[in-house]
Design a protein around this ligand. Structure first.
Ligand code: ZN
Length: 471
C-alpha cells in the first residue's frame, strides 16, 4: 500500500463588523426579520447603483496588517458571474486581479510558517431555507451584501491539527482587532477546505476536492479526517480522485458529491464598471496601522518573557482583548503581574464565565487597591475575597469600605507585645520550646495572637515582635 502526503489549502470567510452593508446603506445585522434589511442595490434591482463602504475597506486592510500582508495601493472590485437563487444580481462583487492585501503569514506553535496568498473584500449572498417539497424554498436577502473578507492560504497544511491551530489564530486576531465577530454558529466565519493527496515525497500534486462552508472547528477537523481517508481509499483501489466540490454532512459524518468544481475562468470575472478602483495611500495605511491593538500572540510573548508569567496564565489572559487590556491596566498600577493574574484567573473569571462577552464587575483601580491591601497585610487573603464581593455589590472604593466594615488590621504594636507578654507568663513551656527551637513554636505564637485579636493583627509584624519578648 502506498503512503501519501496530505496537501491542504484554505479559504476562510469572515463577516466584517460594520454597521451597514458593503455596497449599500442597509443595516448589517444578524437576526432581523427576513428581508427587513434590503434595498434595490442588495436585492439586485436593474439600474440600482452601488456605493462602497469605506469602513469595510479599512477593516480588510486591518486584517492584512494582522498577518503581515502587503497592502495594495490600488485595488479593484470585480464581478464574479454565476447564478444561484441566493444571489439576486447573478454576480457577486469580489476581487480577483487586484486584491486589497497580498501575501502574509502565520507561524504555528511548532515554528512552521503558513503562508497566505491574499486577503480580499467581497459581499456575502442571501440565505436559502428549504422548507419542504410542497412549500418550496424561502429566500432571505438580509445577508446579501454583508461585507466579507476572504483569506486565501497557500497549500501549506498537512493535517487537521495544523488547520485547527491556524483557524484559531485567525479568529483570535480578527476578534482582538475588532475586525469581525467570527461567530461560527451564526455563519460569521466559514472555512472552505481544498484537499489532495500526493505520493509520499513526490512533488506532483494530486487532484483536489473542495469542501465548502464548514462552520465549526470540529466539523473542519472531522471533514478533513474523513476526506483524507476517502481519497486514500480511492487511490489505493487504483481509481482517480475527481476534481469536485463535496458537501460535508456533519450529522452523518461524511461528505457527498455536490458539483464539479469551477475554475476562475468559469466565472468570467471583470472589473465592476459601477465601482471605481480603490486608491490607498501610504498615509491611509499608516493611519490604520496606528489604530491596531497589539495582537494576542505578541501579548502572550510579553507576558511570559517580560512579566515572567506561566504560559498557561498568558493563554487565559489573552482569551479576549477585554481581559488582556484589563490585566495590563492593573499591571500599570501595581507591578505584581503574577498576583494580579491569580486574582483575575481565580477570583474574577468565575464571576463572568456565563457571560458571552466578559466584563468584570470591578474596575482595575479597585481590584489593585484590594491586592495592595493584601500585599501590605492590612487584610488577609480571605478577607480580601470578602471585600472583593462587597465592592462588587456596593461599587464603593475598597479602602473606605474595608474601614467601614471593620476589616482593616487595627492592632497596634503595643497590643501585640502585651499579648505576647501574657502568653509568656501563662505558658512557660512555650518559652522553653522557643529557646530550644524557635521555628517550631512561631506558628503557635502567631496563632495565639491572631485568635486573641479576632484575626486583625498583622502576622508579619507579630513574627517580627516575637524575639523582643521570647528571645
Ligand atoms: Zn441594501
Amino acid at each position: 500500500m502506498k503512503e501519501y502526503d496530505v496537501v491542504i489549502g484554505l479559504e476562510i470567510h469572515a463577516e466584517l463588523k460594520t454597521k451597514t452593508k458593503v455596497f449599500c446603506s442597509c443595516k448589517n445585522e444578524f437576526g432581523s426579520k427576513p428581508n427587513e434589511n434590503t434595498c434595490p442595490v442588495c436585492t439586485g434591482m436593474p439600474g440600482a447603483l452601488p456605493i462602497i463602504n469605506k469602513k469595510a475597506v479599512e477593516l480588510c486592510i486591518k486584517a492584512g496588517l494582522c498577518f503581515g500582508c502587503k497592502i495594495s495601493n490600488y485595488a479593484v472590485m470585480e464581478r464574479k458571474n454565476y447564478f444561484y437563487p441566493d444571489l439576486s444580481k447573478a454576480y457577486q462583487i469580489s476581487q480577483l486581479v487586484h486584491p486589497l492585501c497580498i501575501g502574509g503569514q502565520i507561524e504555528l506553535a511548532s515554528g512552521k510558517v503558513m503562508r497566505l496568498n491574499r486577503i480580499h473584500l467581497e459581499e456575502d449572498a442571501g440565505k436559502l431555507t428549504h422548507i419542504s417539497k410542497s412549500v418550496g424554498t424561502l429566500v432571505d436577502y438580509n445577508r446579501g451584501g454583508t461585507p466579507l473578507i476572504e483569506i486565501v492560504t497557500e497549500p501549506d497544511f498537512s493535517s487537521a491539527e495544523e488547520v485547527d491551530e491556524f483557524l484559531k489564530r485567525i479568529r483570535e486576531a480578527l476578534v482582538f482587532a475588532d475586525i469581525a465577530n467570527c461567530k461560527m454558529e451564526e455563519g460569521g466565519m466559514r472555512c472552505d477546505v481544498n484537499l489532495s493527496l500526493k505520493e509520499k515525497g513526490s512533488t506532483i500534486l494530486g487532484t483536489r476536492t473542495e469542501m465548502k462552508n464548514l462552520n465549526s472547528f470540529k466539523s473542519v477537523s472531522r471533514a478533513i479526517e474523513y476526506e483524507i481517508k476517502r481519497q486514500t481509499e480511492v487511490l489505493n483501489a487504483g481509481e482517480k480522485v475527481i476534481q469536485e466540490t463535496r458537501k460535508w454532512d456533519d450529522a452523518k459524518g461524511k461528505n457527498l458529491t455536490m458539483r464539479s468544481k469551477e475554475e476562475a475562468q468559469d466565472y468570467r470575472y471583470f472589473p465592476d464598471p459601477d465601482i471605481l478602483p480603490i486608491a490607498i495611500s501610504e498615509e491611509d495605511i499608516a493611519k490604520i496601522a496606528s489604530e491596531m491593538p497589539q495582537l494576542p500572540q505578541a501579548r502572550r510573548q510579553k507576558y511570559v518573557e517580560e512579566f515572567g508569567l506561566p504560559k498557561y496564565d498568558a493563554e487565559i489572559l489573552t482569551t479576549s482583548k477585554y481581559i488582556s487590556d484589563y490585566f495590563e491596566e492593573c499591571t500599570k498600577l501595581l507591578n505584581s503581574p503574577k498576583k494580579i493574574s491569580n486574582w483575575i484567573m481565580v477570583d474574577l473569571l468565575k464571576l463572568v464565565k456565563e457571560q458571552e462577552e466578559f466584563v468584570f464587575p470591578i474596575s482595575a483601580q479597585h481590584l489593585v487597591e484590594i491586592i495592595k491591601m493584601v500585599e501590605e497585610k492590612t487584610i488577609n487573603k480571605t478577607v480580601g475575597i470578602q471585600l472583593l464581593e462587597k465592592v462588587i455589590e456596593t461599587r464603593q472604593p475598597p479602602k473606605s469600605l474595608a474601614d467601614k466594615m471593620g476589616l482593616l488590621v487595627t492592632i497596634s504594636n503595643e497590643q501585640i507585645l502585651e499579648l505576647l507578654q501574657k502568653l509568656k507568663a501563662e505558658n512557660t513551656k512555650v518559652c522553653e520550646d522557643y529557646k530550644a527551637a524557635p521555628e517550631k513554636v512561631v506558628g503557635f505564637i502567631v496563632g495565639y495572637v491572631m485568635k486573641n485579636t479576632g484575626g486583625k493583627a498583622n502576622s508579619m509584624l507579630v513574627k517580627q515582635l516575637i524575639p523582643e519578648v521570647f528571645g
